[in-house]
Ligand binder design. Structure first.
Ligand code: PLP
Length: 452
C-alpha cells in the first residue's frame, strides 16, 4: 500500500469519519490499520497494537479466522444475494434464525434481520408501536429510554439513545421518546449507598410510566450494561426493581444487547447475566464478530404472534438477512459454541481479568473499577474519597489517557474520564497481563502529565 503519510493525506482529503474529529484529526493524521490477527492490530508502519476494544466491541472471536473467510467465499459463490421479501427465503437466513432461536433465552423464537444495531433499534421502535396498534391501542406509542444510553445513529436509534450531544444535532429526539436517568452511582450517586441509588434510579421508570400514562407507553428500552455510555455496571438492586416495575405495567421491554450479546458479559446474553426477560432483543456486532455487517431483532412468541396476525408490518431492508452476512454469522456462532469461548470467559479468563482489573484501584488516579465478563471500566478521579471530577473540561484527562494507551500500543477507549475495555473474548491470560501492564504504564504517564 501507499506510504503512511500519503494514506493520511488522502484520508484527510476525502474520508469523513464517523463521529468525525474533523480538522483536529486531519491535522494529526489518522492511524492507519492495515491488518489484524487474534487480539492484535497492525498499523501501516508495521506496529502491533493490542486491541482492548475488539474493534468496536464486536470482534468477539478475534481477528483473522480463516473459517470466516471461507464461509463468506462459499456463500458468495453459491448465492451472493437474495432477499427474503415477497414470500421468498434462503438457507443462510433460515439456519441462522433457527440457531438464534435455539441459543436465545426464553421465548425469543423469531428473528427480524437488519443490517446493523442502529437499524435494528429502528425496527424495534416501529415494531413495539405496531404491536399495540394491531391490538387496537394505537395511543400506546411512547418509548422510555435512558440518558447516556447509546442505541445507534439513525434518527430513531439516536432518539432512543440518551446522548445529549447527539440530540443537539438534526432535530432530535423524534416525538414519542422520553428518557430517565442512568444508574451511574460513581458520577451521580451523591450520598446514597449504591443499593439505595440503584432502587431510586429504577423507580424513575415507574414515575415516568405514571407521568406519561400507562395507556400511552409502548416500551422501555435499555442495555443490560450501558456500554458506550461508559460501561456503567448497575448496582445489584437496579434490575430486580426494574423487573418488578415491568411486571406491574403492561409495556414491552426491549433489551439492547448489541454490545452485551454473544458472550460479552460471560453468558450468551446480558439478559441471562441479570435474569431479564425481554419481549424484543436487539443484536448486532458480536452476531458476526464484526466480520460482516448484520443485525437483528429477536422477537418473543407474544410479540411475533401479534405482528404476524395483523396488517402487513411495512418494514424491511434490502440487506435484511443478507445471505453472505448470515452465513458468516452462522460460522461465528459455530466457532463460539464449538470452541467453548463463552464458557472460557465465564470460568477462566473473565475471573482472571476481573482480579487484575479491580487491582487497578491501587493506582492514585483510579476510583472505582467495574467489570462484567469481558467489559470493564475505571473512573479517573483527582480524589477517590469524594469521587471528585477533574476541574478541567470533562474528558480531557480521559482523552490524555487514551492517547497514552495508544502510544503504548494498546487500544483503550475513554468516555469522559472513564476508561473502558472490551477485548476479544479469545484474549489469553498472558495477553491480559500485557493489557494490564500497558494500561498501568499509560495511567502512570497520564498521572505525571496531570500533576505537572
Ligand atoms: N446499540 C448499542 C448498545 C450499541 O452499542 C450500538 C453501537 O455501538 C448500537 C446499538 C448501534 O449499532 P451500529 O453501530 O451497528 O448501528
Amino acid at each position: 500500500h501507499l506510504p503512511t503519510a500519503e494514506l493520511q493525506a488522502l484520508d484527510a482529503a476525502h474520508h469523513m469519519h464517523p463521529f468525525t474529529e474533523g480538522d483536529a484529526l486531519n491535522a494529526k493524521g489518522a492511524r492507519i490499520i492495515t491488518a489484524a490477527q487474534g487480539c492484535y492490530l497492525t498499523d501501516s508502519d508495521g506496529i502491533e497494537i493490542l486491541d482492548g476494544m475488539a474493534g468496536l466491541w464486536c470482534v468477539n472471536i478475534g481477528y483473522g479466522r480463516q473459517e470466516m473467510a471461507d464461509a463468506a467465499a462459499r456463500q458468495m459463490r453459491q448465492l451472493p444475494f437474495y432477499n427474503t421479501f415477497f414470500q421468498t427465503s434462503h438457507p443462510p437466513a433460515i439456519h441462522l434464525a433457527a440457531k438464534l432461536a435455539e441459543i436465545a433465552p426464553g421465548d425469543l423464537n423469531h428473528v427480524f434481520f437488519n443490517g446493523s444495531g442502529s437499524d435494528s433499534n429502528d425496527t424495534n421502535l416501529r415494531m413495539a408501536r405496531v404491536y399495540w396498534a394491531h391490538q387496537g391501542k394505537p395511543e400506546k406509542q411512547v418509548v422510555i429510554s435512558r440518558w447516556n444510553g447509546y442505541h445507534g445513529s439513525t434518527m430513531g436509534a439516536a432518539s432512543l439513545g440518551g446522548m445529549k450531544g447527539m440530540h443537539k444535532q438534526g432535530g432530535l429526539p423524534i416525538p414519542g421518546i422520553v428518557h430517565i436517568n442512568q444508574p451511574d452511582w460513581w458520577a451521580e450517586g451523591g450520598d446514597m449507598s449504591p443499593e439505595e441509588f440503584g432502587i431510586a434510579r429504577a423507580r424513575e421508570l415507574e414515575e415516568m410510566i405514571l407521568e406519561v400514562g400507562e395507556d400511552k407507553v409502548a416500551a422501555f428500552i435499555a442495555e443490560p450494561v450501558q456500554g458506550a455510555g461508559g460501561v456503567i455496571v448497575p448496582p445489584d438492586s437496579y434490575w430486580p426493581e426494574i423487573k418488578r416495575i415491568l411486571a406491574k405495567y403492561d409495556i414491552l421491554f426491549i433489551a439492547d444487547e448489541v454490545i452485551c450479546g454473544f458472550g460479552r458479559t460471560g453468558n450468551w446474553f446480558g439478559c441471562q447475566t441479570y435474569d431479564l426477560h425481554p419481549d424484543i432483543m436487539t443484536i448486532a456486532k458480536g452476531l458476526s464478530s464484526g466480520y460482516l455487517p448484520i443485525g437483528g431483532s429477536l422477537v418473543s412468541d407474544k410479540v411475533a404472534q401479534v405482528i404476524n396476525a395483523g396488517d402487513e408490518f411495512a418494514h424491511g431492508y434490502t440487506y435484511s438477512a443478507h445471505p453472505v452476512a448470515a452465513a458468516v454469522a452462522l460460522e461465528n456462532l459455530r466457532i463460539l459454541q464449538d470452541e467453548k469461548i463463552i464458557e472460557t470467559v465465564q470460568a477462566e479468563t473473565g475471573p482472571y481479568l476481573k482480579e487484575k482489573w479491580e487491582a487497578l484501584t491501587d493506582h492514585p488516579m483510579v476510583g472505582e473499577a467495574k467489570i462484567v465478563g469481558m467489559m470493564a471500566s475505571i473512573a479517573l478521579t483527582p480524589d477517590k474519597a469524594s469521587r471528585a471530577k477533574f476541574a478541567a473540561k470533562a474528558g480531557t484527562v480521559g482523552l490524555m489517557a487514551r492517547e497514552r494507551c495508544f502510544a503504548n500500543h494498546l487500544v483503550m477507549r475513554h468516555v469522559g474520564d472513564r476508561m473502558i475495555i472490551s477485548p476479544p473474548l479469545v484474549i489469553t491470560k498472558p495477553e491480559i497481563d500485557l493489557l494490564i501492564e500497558r494500561a498501568r504504564k499509560a495511567l502512570d504517564e497520564t498521572y505525571a502529565q496531570v500533576k505537572a
